[in-house]
Design a protein around this ligand. Structure first.
Ligand code: ADP
Ligand code: MG
Length: 139
């Protein structure tokens, strides 16, 4: 499944009114939205999604942030989707993100960095399944 990735417009960007601008950049970059939902994550959901980071010092703050307001997970399709989307969103720290990337334009900080993107095909598949059942992913 190397043509799909999971993106999330994070609570900072939704709260700052950037949802539409970010979706426009994603579509303009050639991605097709196959599933999307506005949802307020429970603590359990945020902890589960970021379980891989549970030993990191920023984990509890990250969970607090991700549960601070609604976010928008979406299943995205494009050839080489994982790498292409990581390039579109830019570096984790917006201070290091390249010009024109979503994080450069819309992120507030290394934590409140506007968007998530899967980091491998294997994780993309897991993360899409975390948020969407197969009948919610459109052809
Ligand atoms: P990415 O989202 O670019 O794949 P990571 O997987 O390393 O980055 O981290 C997951 C998320 O945790 C980041 O997007 C960011 O919201 C948060 N984060 C990462 N590093 C830090 C940090 N040093 N301080 C605070 N939050 C961080
Ligand atoms: Mg990551």
């Amino acid at each position: 499944m190397n043509n799909k990735t999971l993106g999330i417009i994070k609570p900072d960007a939704v709260g700052n009114g950037f949802t539409g601008k970010i979706i426009d950049k994603i579509i303009s970059a050639g991605f097709k939205i196959k599933a999307a939902r506005l949802m307020h994550l429970s603590r359990e959901q945020a902890e589960g999604f970021y379980e891989v980071h549970k030993e990191r010092p920023f984990y509890q703050d990250l969970v607090n942030f991700m549960t601070s307001g609604p976010c928008m997970p979406m299943a995205l399709e494009k050839d080489n989707a994982v790498a292409e989307f990581r390039q579109l969103i830019g570096a984790t720290n917006p201070a290091e993100a390249a010009n024109g990337t979503i994080r450069k334009d819309f992120a507030e900080s290394v934590q409140n960095n506007a968007v998530h993107g899967s980091d491998s095909d294997e994780n993309a598949e897991k993360e899409i399944a975390f948020f969407f059942s197969s009948n919610e992913i459109h052809d």
